[in-house]
Write a protein that binds this ligand. Structure first.
Ligand code: ADP
Ligand code: ZN
Ligand code: ZN
Length: 721
């Protein structure tokens, strides 16, 4: 009998030991089914022959072994264990998060391509002419197979009939082997790299061992081209490639660009796939049947047969941080993985995160720069538009409206960027002053006029549009402020001869709709583009020559220390949409704070300069990346319960050298009736912080106040909401 330790997907940090009678057919990294409480649960074998604290009568047997071979390779297993320790998150949960849903459900780890028909010898010998007369549909099938073409849809009955005649048979096509794929890699029509591109390509592809590169290239400078030419030698050497992109950056166009260039199929991993599709990419990458995987955050967990390089595009993007459950940062754990596999890592961005710039300063990352746009395109100058004392129309100043008019009359496109969905962010009663609020969150409800609804943007609450004041019954209700819906309606009436389109998560549900709208914009079907940050990401709109950023002021006074950084990134990314082709572009930023030093620096000296300023500020305030943080967040209907728990943590940690900030209310103080508080623990030395945390965590979990609240721990937090 063997005692084995199983990692189970439960929030407890305890160890779970079971017995298994045949030690020969079990190994670390296999999936097993074990009894847990009254049910059975799928877990992963963590260790064999462990010394258990359980007595023989307490040890329950493993019910079933689900795999013949470990589902995790040794290196992935090791890496995930590191992740579990670093994020102080239960190993069993980390392992499950790294598996495709289908495998989490305990289903078999096998995959085959869909079966196909082929002609038998008898089928090859038949006389097509006579069949064409007697059974034209069967003849269509035979003709297609003879020509090696796909059988047209709606021909399954005639195919079955042909199978009965033994003229055709079904077979399962073989999955291609990695070497066969990479053997025929050919670069189709690579562009002639610019001097700067050539330097970057040569530098990165000269190394096959671990090395981190920050590729800082302004929007449109040809980073994607650099990625493609960089990976060519890796592919030719039989290696696989992992490319991580932000959530809204992965378009079919990106995937096609790689497929066309290399003539191989690319595995795309994004939220629009079903479980079967995700599993198929995971499987083919792991066993070496595809060479390139492009995916969003969770694609970082893809196992590969022979991974050669990891590329992270738009590395500053917040979507790389998982915000619930196992709260990892895909960029950070990818770096650890690259180091473990001893392969290069490339981080690309027009607006690198302060973390990565700091790593460059520290000599941990190599810096490569692309400072010119590809072709002859010029970068668009930014200007601050002072809106103090201005007569605003649906959020826009007269100066901006005039510039829009001039742009439209030249036949060019205008993009207006506003980070607020809906018609108006609040409704107020003009008679009694009452604000309609979400009772779960104590925040104003946003008006969605077209849907005749009011939405809470903090929770999912939807209410019918108020016709009268819920306090005094008056019908004299005023909508306050402007959202994208109102902006669009206003612009449409102001510029009736031009077509407008709105891109926000209300107007474009689903990838398909978004891509349709983006195509329509590129074909010039719309002249006025109104949107939220969805518009800010990597799309090319060659005819957009004016970009307007409606409101930046709220971010200037945010309590979140990353707000400045994110605002600068957003402004520069949005500006990157302007004047990409031959036509010069302009960027207008409306603000009540035209003298604000950050805005001034950004507009006059660019992102690099502004980022250095921000980094210095972080140093003097001892904030990340100059220090490291973990955050405890607690939620409960009774604010005292949260405070009790967080104060308890503070007491436990008080003997440590760490700085503690809080407990304070989160930026969203209340959500769905629960009050929300946080405690930040900080130290300049990451290892000191983590050692103390590991040391104190068992006591924190044992606090009597812990089970009363809903709480979690966030390592390197990015979100203070
Ligand atoms: P980024 O990823 O930096 O935004 P892309 O790689 O998408 O930039 O390139 C922007 C545009 O410039 C694309 O249309 C691309 O085809 C073109 N481009 C990139 N590199 C070159 C080059 N060396 N010569 C000509 N055009 C280029
Ligand atoms: Zn009222
Ligand atoms: Zn709410």
């Amino acid at each position: 009998m063997t005692v084995i330790r199983i990692a189970l997907p439960v929030p407890l940090r305890s160890q779970f030991d079971y017995r298994y009678d045949d030690a020969n057919d079990i190994a670390v990294g296999m999936r097993v089914e074990v009894p847990f409480g009254r049910q059975t649960m799928m877990g992963i074998v963590e260790a064999l022959n462990v010394k258990t604290t359980l007595g023989p009568e307490q040890l329950k047997p493993v019910c079933k072994v689900l795999d013949e071979k470990p589902i995790f390779s040794v290196d992935v297993f090791k890496w995930l264990r590191w992740c579990s320790q670093y994020y102080h998150h239960p190993f069993g949960d980390v392992l499950q998060a790294a598996l495709p849903v289908k495998l989490r459900q305990g289903k078999a780890n096998n995959f085959a391509l869909p079966s196909k028909w082929r002609l038998t010898e008898a089928g090859l010998a038949t006389d097509l002419d006579t069949i064409t007369q007697k059974a034209p549909k069967q003849a269509t099938v035979l003709t297609a197979l003879l020509a090696g073409e796909p059988i047209p849809p709606g021909h399954s009955a005639p195919s079955k009939a042909l199978e009965k005649k033994l003229w055709i048979e079904s077979y399962t096509p073989q999955l291609p082997e990695l070497n066969d794929i990479t053997h025929c890699i050919e670069e189709h029509a690579p562009l002639r790299p610019s001097q700067q591109q050539a330097v970057a390509i040569a530098a990165i592809s000269a190394q096959s061992h671990y090395q981190s590169w920050l590729l800082e290239g302004i929007t449109g400078s040809g980073k994607t081209e650099v990625y493609m030419q960089t990976i060519t030698p890796f592919l030719k050497a039989g290696k696989q490639i992992l490319i991580l992109v932000p959530e809204i950056g992965l378009t079919p166009q990106t995937v096609q660009r790689f497929e066309r260039r290399f003539g191989v199929s690319v595995g795309a991993l994004h939220s629009g796939l079903n479980d079967e599709e995700r599993f198929s990419v995971w499987y083919q990458a792991k066993y070496g049947h595809i060479a390139i995987v492009i995916g969003t955050r969770s694609a970082v967990f893809t196992d590969f047969k022979n991974l050669g390089i990891i590329i992270i595009d738009e590395e500053h993007d917040n979507s790389f941080k998982q915000q619930d459950g196992f709260r990892y940062h895909a960029r950070d754990i990818a770096a650890v993985r690259a180091k473990q596999l001893n392969i290069p890592l490339v981080l690309g961005s027009a607006t690198p995160s302060l973390e990565s710039l700091f790593n460059v300063q520290q000599g941990k990352f190599n810096h490569l720069t692309l400072s010119q746009r590809a072709g002859n395109a010029q970068t668009a100058p930014m200007e601050l538009v002072d809106i103090r004392h201005q007569d605003m129309t649906f959020g826009l100043s007269p100066y901006v409206l005039n510039a829009m008019e001039a742009t439209l009359s030249r036949g060019e496109q205008v993009m207006v960027f506003m980070n607020r969905r809906g018609f108006a962010p609040a409704v107020i009663c003009h008679d009694c002053g009452h604000n309609e609020i979400c009772h779960g969150c104590d925040r104003p409800l946003t008006i969605h006029l077209a849907k005749r609804q009011m939405h809470c943007h903090h929770c999912e609450t939807v209410e019918p549009l108020a016709q009268s004041c819920s306090q005094c019954g008056s019908h004299n209700l005023h909508y306050q402020g402007v959202g994208t819906e109102q902006l669009e309606a206003g612009l449409q009436s102001r510029f009736p001869h031009y077509s407008s389109t709105r891109i926000d998560s209300d107007s474009v549900r689903g990838k398909h709709k978004l891509n349709q709208t983006l195509d329509a914009i590129k074909q010039g079907k719309h002249q006025l583009l109104i949107g939220t940050q969805i518009l800010a990401k990597g799309h090319h709109f060659p005819d957009v020559t004016l970009v307007v950023i409606v409101d930046v002021d709220s971010a200037l006074f945010s309590a979140d220390f990353r707000a400045y950084e994110q605002l600068s990134q957003l402004i520069v990314q949005v500006s990157g949409r302007a004047g990409r082709a031959q036509k010069p572009g302009r960027v207008m930023i409306q603000t009540h704070q035209p003298g604000h030093p950050l805005l001034q620096d950004l507009v006059n000296n660019g992102y690099q300069d502004a980022a250095q300023l921000l980094l210095q500020e972080r140093v003097s305030n001892r904030l990340p990346p100059h220090s490291f943080q973990v955050l405890f967040r607690a939620e409960h209907k009774d604010p005292m319960a949260c405070l009790d728990f967080l104060t308890g943590i503070k007491t436990i940690m008080s003997s440590s050298p760490c700085t503690m900030l809080g407990p304070v209310p989160c930026l969203i103080e209340k959500r769905q009736l629960r009050f929300r508080f946080q405690l930040i623990i900080q130290h300049q030395d990451r290892s000191v912080l983590h050692q103390w945390l590991s040391h104190c965590l068992p006591n924190i979990e044992a606090l009597p106040s812990a089970p009363k609240v809903r709480w979690h721990l966030d390592v390197d937090p990015h979100d203070f909401n």
